[in-house]
Design a protein around this ligand. Structure first.
Ligand code: SF4
Length: 332
């Protein structure tokens, strides 16, 4: 879409294009998910291509085996000459014997596992019976079903059935979407200062901290691409707090109704809590604006935050957004 002279984009032409597009598959979400869920392991059931993708995306050596790895489906599996389930059982048994620190194991589906119709849901159930001390969960990160951030969405949605019910009816805030630990700490300090709590996180740092979900849960989306997770949470009675934009001063404005929506009266002076961070943010942005004003930007279609980023760059940095591409799942 062309850049508007005034805020808003309702009167601009929207071009819809169908057909092939070049994006990463959902396996890429493992790169940030494995850093967050510190006692989990992501086992991609895929090919050498899948292994190379996540190893190069994560920038680590193939021998490092941090908190993810690949159970390679080779030519014999793909040709149906070997029983892929038996191979998977063996790989999982070896992995869990070698790594007793793993408390949750994700079996992550890929294009090859889908092509040979390997049923990872049943595999997770079967392996869960054998390895009782480890929760075994499956989701798909395949390039046939998912693009880029949809892998995280699928992973979080798979966690929802494992979240407990709350033990009381207190309203709770749930922040959904992977954030760095330091960001969680900053959020926690702000929420505490505003008198908002209890606050839970999905995904949490550890898998024994899965948040309680129930009718009192109010969802704050930290990422704009969690549609499937939201559906699963809403089916458990949780309600989404609407916010027009996850970045920039619009996000700050969206934060102001949060205490009311959460069912907690804001304590006197709670608006002052965000005043200092907002001032620091405005100062930092204005320094950047001097360098960026008048430039032009083009966004390739992505399933993540191209629209809010474009609004932020246009409204606050004076950049002309020449064209903003999104994928159909995101909307505008
Ligand atoms: S899941 Fe599919 S698209 Fe992704 S790396 Fe593996 S083969 Fe490639």
């Amino acid at each position: 879409m062309s850049a508007p002279a005034t805020p808003g984009c309702r009167n601009l032409p929207v071009l819809r294009e169908r057909g092939q597009r070049e994006v990463f598959c959902g396996l890429t979400g493992i790169v940030w998910l494995h850093r967050r869920l510190q006692d989990a392991f992501f086992l991609v059931v895929g090919s050498r291509t899948c292994a190379h993708l996540i190893q190069s995306a994560a920038g680590v050596m193939i021998f490092a085996e941090p908190r993810f790895g690949t159970a390679i489906l080779d030519e014999r599996d793909l040709a149906g000459l070997a029983d892929a389930n038996e191979e998977l059982d063996r790989v999982v048994a070896e992995l869990l014997a070698r790594r007793p620190d793993i408390r949750m194991l994700f079996l992550v589906g890929s294009c090859p596992s889908e092509v040979i119709k390997l049923d990872l849901r049943r595999a997770a159930e079967r392996l869960g019976e054998v390895h009782r001390g480890v929760r075994i969960v499956n989701y798909s990160g395949s390039g046939i079903e998912t693009t880029f951030t949809e892998g995280e969405d699928a992973c979080l949605a798979a966690l929802v059935p494992h979240c407990p019910a709350p033990t009381d009816e207190r309203p709770r805030l749930l922040v959904v979407g992977t954030v760095a630990d330091v960001v969680e700490d900053q959020f926690r300090r702000l929420f505490e200062a505003m008198g908002i709590g209890p606050v839970d996180w999905l995904p949490p740092r550890r898998t024994d901290q899965l948040p309680p979900i129930g009718p009192g849960t109010r969802i704050l989306a930290a990422q704009p691409f969690i549609a499937e997770t939201l559906r699963a949470l809403e089916a458990r009675g949780a309600a989404l707090l609407s916010a027009p934009s996850p970045v920039g001063r619009r996000a700050l404005a969206a934060g102001s109704p949060l205490p009311h929506a959460h069912g907690i009266s804001p304590p006197p002076g709670s608006g002052r809590v965000v005043a200092a961070p907002a001032e620091r943010r405005a100062k930092a942005v204005s320094a950047t604006r001097e360098r960026l004003e008048g430039r032009r930007i083009f966004f390739f279609p992505t399933p993540d935050s191209s629209c809010p980023l474009a609004r932020f760059l246009r409204d606050e940095c004076g950049i002309q957004a020449v064209e903003v591409g999104t994928l159909p799942a995101q909307g505008a």
